[in-house]
Structure formats: C-alpha cells, structure tokens
Design a protein around this ligand. Structure first.
Ligand SMILES: *[C@@H]1O[C@H](CO)[C@@H](O)[C@H](O)[C@H]1NC(C)=O
Ligand SMILES: *[C@@H]1O[C@H](CO)[C@@H](O)[C@H](O)[C@H]1NC(C)=O
Ligand SMILES: *[C@@H]1O[C@H](CO)[C@@H](O)[C@H](O)[C@H]1NC(C)=O
Ligand SMILES: *[C@@H]1O[C@H](CO)[C@@H](O)[C@H](O)[C@H]1NC(C)=O
Ligand SMILES: *[C@@H]1O[C@H](CO)[C@@H](O)[C@H](O)[C@H]1NC(C)=O
Ligand SMILES: *[C@@H]1O[C@H](CO)[C@@H](O)[C@H](O)[C@H]1NC(C)=O
Ligand SMILES: *[C@@H]1O[C@H](CO)[C@@H](O)[C@H](O)[C@H]1NC(C)=O
Ligand SMILES: *[C@@H]1O[C@H](CO)[C@@H](O)[C@H](O)[C@H]1NC(C)=O
Length: 629
C-alpha cells in the first residue's frame, strides 16, 4: 500500500520535470587537479545526560552500547571517533599508598572503553569531570599535582591496556567549553584553568616518557570563543599559545561554531570569521591546526526540529563536509584539521527522529523485558556514503546553485567515487525532482582496463524512515511490520549497476532522476583490485526473542567497490544447512537486523558473513558465530 502510493506520486513528478542538468567528468582533467583528501569529518560526539553521578550507568547501558555499536558499523571507518563529555566521572578514587600516591579504580571506564574498542571506534577523550570519592582537599592543596598525575595515570593505564598503536589514535582533549557555568562545575578561576591545562599536558608528557618517549597530542580548549569578557578561559589560553608557541599545551586548537539552523554554509562562515578574528589578535595563529569539533547546523541537540528527521539534515551535513573540503582545497582554511558532528545522542519519545541524532531510538516499554529498537536516519547513511570517498579529490563543482559534487579517486589501482548532492539546506527545493546526466570520460590507460561501477543514492521520501513512521501515525511502539518497513528505507539504495563496462569503453553516460533533496555516489573500480578480503569480528546482539543484530568488521582503509554484504544462517550447528537471510535486502554497511517473519522461526543458530564487490566476486566467509537466543 505504502509503496504504491509513493510510486504513484513519483509518476506525477516525472511528468512535470523538463530541465536536465549536465555533469561532465573528464578523468584526464581530474587526475591533473586533484589534491590529497584527508578524512577530516569522521567524528561524532555525545554528552551523557545529567546527573553526572550516572555517567557510568548511562554509558554502559544497553541502549547506549547498541547506539555506539551501530555507529561503529559504517565501513572504512565512516565514523571513527566518538567525543564524549565527563569520562573522568567514570573513574573512582581507590586508596593512597604510604607515600600518599593516589590509586584509582578504572574498572567502569575500562569496561566502557573495551566496548568502544570492540566496536572499532576511538574515543575523543576529554579530561573533564572528577573521579568519584576524591577528597576536595586533594584538588585544593595538590591542584597541579592532582591533574598531572591523573592525566599521566589515564594515558599510561590505557597504553598498557590497549597498546600504543591503538591509543595513539585517540583524541585527548581538555575540558569542554570551560567558560560555561554548567560545564565549569569545579569553579575554576582563569588561573586555575591555565594551571589545570598545563598540568594535563605535563601528565601526558610524563606518560609519553614511559612509552618510548612518544608525544601524546592534546587538543583544546574546546572553546566557544564568544566575547573575551565572557569567555576569558579560551581566549587566555590562546594568548599563552601565541606568546610562546613552544609552550602551548595543544597540538590542535579546538573551537565550536554552529549555524543558526538555516543553512549549512553558516558553519564554515562562522569558522572562517573566527579565524579572521584570531589572526587579528594573535600573530602566530597560522602555526596551529584547528578543529571545529561541534560543527552542527544549530545548537541544542535535544530541541526537536523537523529538518533533523529527514534528508535535509543528511544533505546539510554532506554540504558542510564538502564546503570545508573546498576551503581546505583552496587554502581559505588551510589549517583546518577536522570537524566533528555532535550527533551521537539517544533520541527520546516523542522526538524519535527530530533530535540531532544519527539513529531514531524506540524504547519498547511494553514488552517483557523492555527492549530498544533503533532505526538509522538518513544522516547516518550519508556518513556511510561519505566513507566511500577516495584519497584524492577535486574541488567542489556546482551544477546549479544547490547541486554540487566532488570527484574523489585513487589512480592505481583505479578507484573513483563521485559524490553529488542536491540540498537547499533546511528549505524545500523549488524542484521536487531533478534529472541529471553524467558523462564520465575515461583516459586511454583506463579504457584498457576492465571497469565496473555502481550508483547509490538517498532520496527524499524514499530513503526516509521517518516518512513511513509518519504515514503510520507516529506510533510510540511501532509493530514488527512497521519496523520492517522503516528498515527497508533506512540505508542507501542501488540506483544503477553493478555494471561491468565493455572493454574499450571511452565514455560512460548515466542518467539520474531523483527526488529532492538527494545525495548520490558513483563508484567505479578497476578489476585490478584484488577480490574482497574475509570479514572478521562477527558479533550478534539480542534485540528480543525474535530479533537479532549481526555486526562484523572489514579491514579498513580499503577503498574498493563493495556492493553488498551477505549474511548466512544455519539453524543448527550439528547438521549445518546454510542459507542467506538478507537476499534482496541491500546491506551496504557492517550491520544487519534480522527479524524473521512470524518470529517462530527463531534466531538461535550460526551466523557468517561475506562481502560481494562490483564484479560479483565474493570474499571468504567470516568465522561462523553461534548466537544463543
Ligand atoms: C541488557 O541486555 C541484556 C542482554 O540482552 C539483558 O539480559 C539485560 O536484561 C538488559 N539489561 C537491561 C537493564 O535492560
Ligand atoms: C561551585 O560553586 C557553586 C556555586 O557557588 C557551588 O554550589 C558548588 O558547590 C561549587 N563547586 C565546587 C566543586 O566547589
Ligand atoms: C543553496 O543555494 C543558496 C542560494 O544560492 C545558497 O545560499 C546555499 O548555500 C545553497 N546551499 C547548498 C547546500 O548548496
Ligand atoms: C531554497 O529555499 C528558499 C527559501 O524557501 C527559496 O527561496 C529558494 O528558491 C530555494 N532554492 C531552490 C534552488 O530551490
Ligand atoms: C552526455 O552524454 C549524453 C548521452 O550520450 C549526450 O546526449 C550529451 O550531449 C552529453 N553531454 C555533453 C555535454 O557532451
Ligand atoms: C518508555 O520509558 C522511558 C523510560 O521510562 C520513557 O522516558 C519513555 O517516554 C517511554 N516511552 C513511551 C513511548 O512512553
Ligand atoms: C567521449 O567524450 C568526449 C568529450 O566529452 C568526446 O570528445 C568523445 O568523442 C567521446 N567519445 C565517444 C566514443 O563518445
Ligand atoms: C553448538 O550449539 C550448542 C547449543 O546447541 C552450543 O552450546 C555450542 O557452543 C555450539 N557450538 C559451536 C561450535 O558453535
């Protein structure tokens, strides 16, 4: 019923459109003009809800862990870092030894960070919060010692626990937005704050000396940089950095600039304006790298806004990434290190889709036991598609005011990912549909190789689970059928291909007919890529007695044309009879929600997964994983 209605609406739309947008991509030109594209956008963030005493309980809750595990399921580290406030509140003071050295109990933080690591993620570790049960006296009388000792203990504890390799990918940062009263719960004065930050730097240096003298980078001050009068902490510490850059505690300066909820470009403009301001005050500012690690369309994650529910937010995020890339490419924002999206939160009723989150959370309170159901929002799929960008890219090009694209690639073996967006930010576009033709001209060398391609896309109304939820009347407890419908719309769809080009092909012409706002990628690969590798780290999580989520990992940093992942199941592990359980359900990410019809079939049994590339080649199966209901 639902599908029919949508199809009918599309038929009417198509009749109305006449204009055809043209996109010309000449690879000879592209290869001449591309620059290295760093993956500067693969970070999300979240703040555990108040009160602070419950930080551990929240972060270790089933809902929080499943949210993070899904966040970790984008391929190619599509989301790599999760920036989290108040982590130090998860540590507990344990005891003193006879020399008054402080011993901590890290067990709750360990349990949480073990999970983060298992999910393939890396923390944005803010030195923020106070270990439980620490004596106030401690922080007052041995203030500098207390903070440097704590930083040293945290860093060395985790390098011992996880190894230098993994921890060197963490992002250590100082206290978030220290100028705000609701974050400065310890009542730092400006002087205290400077000492605090210098002590953290000191502690990290001390930890580094214990591990082959490595430098452990520190970020900060995570400042809002509003007026100097009201935000003295972040301005003062930057002054100190400018006065003696060698003694600056930070390797990367972090700041926060959000939009006003109208257009994506407000975020970049805000960042560039701040850079101008800083340049006028601080002469040596170009020596530093900068990160806008709360680069969101508008402040207030929990305030419901309809644009957060659909592709408008997703395409705005993608526009933000492309606009920052262009500024990096052109040298307008040459010292940009990264941006982060503060959207790793858990939504709550009745704003399941409307808050600034990656997933819609449904708390199923009426089942015994209660359970949680997540549906991915389009913004999550946008990040999954951005993960396909290659290591080199051209500047952003505009086809019309609101249709833009970048061409990213690797020359050898040949990989191309053209990413196209149509977005009028938080507004509707005048045109409900747009037709594009894309002409890709291969160079001589490539036309001698076997090339395959696949086109994927997200379209308004189609890849739009909120549309389906709304159609069924926004049920607080959707039925299994409704969840199934929503999940069939939660990931990108294949629009064209997979297709293998005839040898000697010189030009490829594709036509796209899409509903605004939309985002599409065209990925091309040479057969010179080896076949897919085996998948690993297969895990299952129980949702309820009839449903299970299967997760796996793939060796990251492999750009390649993976088309799909196959999930296979065998009910029994004594007489093995494998069958594929996701046939016909496009599975582009490293996660599959298995909810067999009727439920009685059961989900207990063995699971295994493998990937399929654009040439139809399959990788080896993962190890089989037994799920015990
Ligand atoms: C968390 O999930 C586990 C496994 O599904 C379940 O046994 C446990 O009861 C859940 N905890 C809560 C508080 O719901
Ligand atoms: C900080 O100041 C507030 C208000 O003066 C007070 O309630 C709070 O206890 C102080 N916090 C600490 C850690 O001293
Ligand atoms: C859409 O077009 C308007 C008007 O030119 C422009 O201000 C805005 O930045 C564009 N948005 C995107 C996402 O391209
Ligand atoms: C974008 O939205 C604005 C505000 O509603 C509108 O005036 C403008 O025409 C739209 N632009 C496009 C290209 O659809
Ligand atoms: C792109 O290809 C189409 C189909 O071959 C052709 O009609 C069109 O003229 C081409 N566009 C340009 C600008 O060459
Ligand atoms: C389910 O329970 C949670 C926690 O008690 C509550 O916040 C939420 O509003 C409930 N959901 C619905 C749909 O009532
Ligand atoms: C391919 O496109 C180029 C430029 O767009 C054109 O000059 C050439 O004739 C085309 N080749 C074929 C085989 O269509
Ligand atoms: C086979 O199934 C049994 C339960 O029927 C389970 O306990 C066992 O761990 C499974 N073996 C393997 C190798 O998965």
């Amino acid at each position: 019923m639902f599908v029919l209605l949508v199809l009918f609406a599309f038929a009417l739309d198509t009749l109305a459109s006449s204009k055809v947008y043209q996109v010309e991509i000449d690879l000879q030109q592209v290869f001449m003009h591309g620059k290295p594209l760093p993956r500067f956008w693969t970070s999300t963030g979240l703040c555990p809800p108040a009160p602070r005493e419950n930080v551990a309980e929240f972060l270790l809750s089933n809902d929080s862990l499943l949210n993070l595990e899904i966040i970790g399921s984008l391929p190619s580290e599509g989301l790599k870092h999760v920036r989290i406030h108040w982590l130090l509140d998860m540590i507990t003071f344990s005891h003193y030894d006879e020399r008054k050295s402080i011993f901590y109990d890290f067990s709750r933080l360990d349990a949480f960070l073990d999970k983060i690591r298992e999910f393939g993620l890396y923390p944005g570790f803010e030195f923020m919060g106070i270990p439980a049960s620490v004596y106030d006296e401690e922080r007052k009388h041995r203030f500098a010692y207390f903070w440097s000792d704590l930083a040293m203990q945290v860093a060395s504890h985790y390098m011992r626990r996880y190894g230098i390799q993994y921890v060197s990918n963490w992002r250590f940062e100082t206290w978030n937005e220290p100028d705000l009263k609701n974050y400065n719960v310890v009542n730092f004065t400006v002087g205290d704050y400077i000492t605090h930050v210098q002590s953290i730097r000191f502690g990290l240096d001390a930890a580094g000396r214990l591990f082959n003298n490595i430098l452990i980078p520190l970020r900060g001050p995570a400042g809002l940089f509003k007026s100097k009068e009201h935000h003295p902490f972040c301005w003062t510490i930057l002054e100190l950095c400018n006065d003696s850059p060698r003694r600056c505690p930070f390797e990367t300066i972090t700041f926060h600039r959000k939009g006003s909820g109208l257009r994506a470009d407000e975020i970049l403009q805000g960042g560039l304006l701040l850079m101008e301001q800083l340049k006028n005050t601080f002469s040596k500012i170009s020596l530093f790298l900068f990160s806008n690690n709360e680069a969101d369309p508008i402040a207030g994650w929990s305030t419901p806004r309809v644009f957060h529910s659909d592709l408008r937010y997703g395409t705005m995020l993608a526009s933000t990434v492309l606009q920052h890339w262009s500024a990096l490419f052109n040298g307008r924002f040459a010292n940009l290190e990264s941006i982060s999206h503060d959207n790793g939160f858990l939504s709550y009723h009745p704003y399941e889709f409307d808050q600034r989150t990656l997933l819609a959370r449904f708390q199923m309170n009426q089942t015994h036991p209660r359970h949680v159901q997540y549906v991915a929002k389009p913004v999550f799929s946008v990040l999954g598609m951005l993960a396909g960008l290659g290591p080199m890219a051209t500047d952003i090009s505009f086809v019309s005011q609101n249709i833009s694209y970048v061409v990213s690639y690797q020359e050898d073996p040949f990989y191309l990912c053209t990413l196209l967006i149509s977005s009028n930010d938080t507004f509707d576009s005048i045109e409900r549909r747009q037709v594009l033709t894309l002409n890709v001209t291969l160079n001589n060398q490539l036309s001698q190789q076997t090339i395959g391609y696949i086109v994927e896309g997200l379209q308004s109304g189609l890849n739009d689970p909120n549309h389906i939820w709304t159609y069924y009347g926004k049920q607080p407890y959707p039925t299994a059928f409704q969840f199934k419908q929503m999940r069939s719309a939660q990931f990108p769809s294949i629009l064209d291909g997979p297709t293998i080009l005839r040898d000697d092909t010189k030009n490829v012409t594709l036509t796209l007919n899409l509903r605004t706002p939309w985002m599409a990628t065209v990925r091309m690969c040479s057969l010179q890529f080896s076949k897919p590798t085996a998948l690993h780290n297969i895990r299952t999580r129980n949702i309820n007695t009839n449903e299970v989520i299967i997760f796996w990992h793939e060796k990251p940093s492999d750009v390649r044309c993976t088309v799909n992942y196959e999930v296979w199941f065998s009910k029994s592990n004594r007489s093995i009879a494998w069958r594929q359980i996701n046939s016909g359900k496009h599975t582009p990410f490293l996660v599959y929600h298995y909810a067999p019809d009727g439920g009685a079939a059961g989900v207990t049994g063995l699971y295994r997964v493998r990937s399929v590339d654009v040439f139809g080649r399959v990788g080896a199966f993962s190890k089989a994983h037994y799920h015990d209901g």
